[in-house]
Design a protein around this ligand. Structure first.
Ligand code: SF4
Ligand code: SF4
Length: 280
């Protein structure tokens, strides 16, 4: 039976796509972004067991050399995450599609759909396909929040059951993207155009940082690259001001752009045909 490692489920979210949605955050990511706000979602636990005796409420035990999390005992103090040096978390549920589905079903009267996020949810794409088939039968829409690192056009079944994608474009410049995330952006940009061409690019997002990224070039070139697709389906651009909350200590010195600069970036996007720009 197919299972996926789930870091967190938010039963009702209004910031993870249109309407009220259940957001599911999968564990594991293939990028290592310097401004990552949830670095504990990047890697899978290697069972070093260092966190076990740091838990004040006996929510962590060791079974056959592996750390086991007891959700009911956990008080969410995050001591375990603070001591983990592997960018991992012991607070993971290894769920089957049926188990996750029965959780989602409890929210059905209140939600329009689900959004899978992460980490990078598409790294567990076979699970997503099975999950999306079932949620669609329930009349829910399937949104996917992704770093764009897998080539979506290679997975037609995933695309068939995905209603729309929210895609991070962290930088338009390849070298800047590698410096920021540790990976190239070639597939990301290819995905942006592919998704826009089939009307499934709901939103693109860029985190902007002062004195580190070329924000104006990024916003100009991304919107210029995608402007021709706006006539297929309107794409929203969410420009996110860097925040140091939750970021690893070594990257917490980065600076947020001023209010004025955020508005300059919005103007650039507007002029390139993006009417729906959200500054957050
Ligand atoms: S977050 Fe939960 S599992 Fe982690 S240390 Fe605190 S109580 Fe224990
Ligand atoms: S979560 Fe981190 S500290 Fe805890 S056992 Fe796993 S790798 Fe070790």
């Amino acid at each position: 039976m197919i299972r996926a490692k789930v870091n967190k489920i938010i039963d009702s979210s209004v910031v993870d796509g249109p309407g009220n949605r259940t957001a599911i955050f999968f564990q594991g990511c293939n990028f290592n972004c310097k401004y990552c706000h949830n670095p504990e979602t990047i890697n899978h636990c290697v069972n070093c067991l260092k966190c076990v005796d740091k838990c004040p409420s006996k929510a962590l035990t060791v079974v056959d050399g592996k750390v086991l999390w007891n959700k009911d005992n956990c008080i969410n103090c995050d001591n375990c995450i603070k001591v983990c040096t592997f960018n991992a978390s012991p607070k993971i549920q290894n769920l089957s599609v049926d188990e996750l589905l029965s959780h989602i079903k409890r929210n059905i009267p209140f939600i329009k759909g689900i959004t899978t996020s992460g980490g990078e949810c598409t790294l567990q794409k076979d699970f997503l396909i099975e999950l999306f088939k079932e949620t669609r039968k329930l009349g829910l829409s399937n949104f996917l929040d992704s770093n764009g690192s897998i080539r979506f056009s290679d997975y037609p079944e995933l695309m068939e059951y995905t209603d729309a994608v929210m895609l991070d474009i962290k930088s338009i410049d390849k070298d800047e993207h590698i410096e920021l995330t540790s990976k190239s952006n070639e597939i990301v940009l290819e995905n942006a155009k592919y998704l826009a061409s089939i009307g499934k690019l709901f939103e693109i997002r860029t985190v902007v940082i002062d004195d580190y990224l070329d924000n104006r070039k990024t916003v100009y070139e991304i919107t210029n690259m995608l402007r021709e697709y706006q006539k297929i389906k309107e794409i929203r651009y969410k420009i996110i001001r860097y925040r140091h909350f939750g970021v690893r200590e070594e990257f917490s010195h980065m600076k947020a752009p001023s209010e004025e600069e955020m508005n300059n970036l919005k103007d650039i996007a507007n002029k390139n045909g993006f009417a729906n720009v959200l500054l957050v």
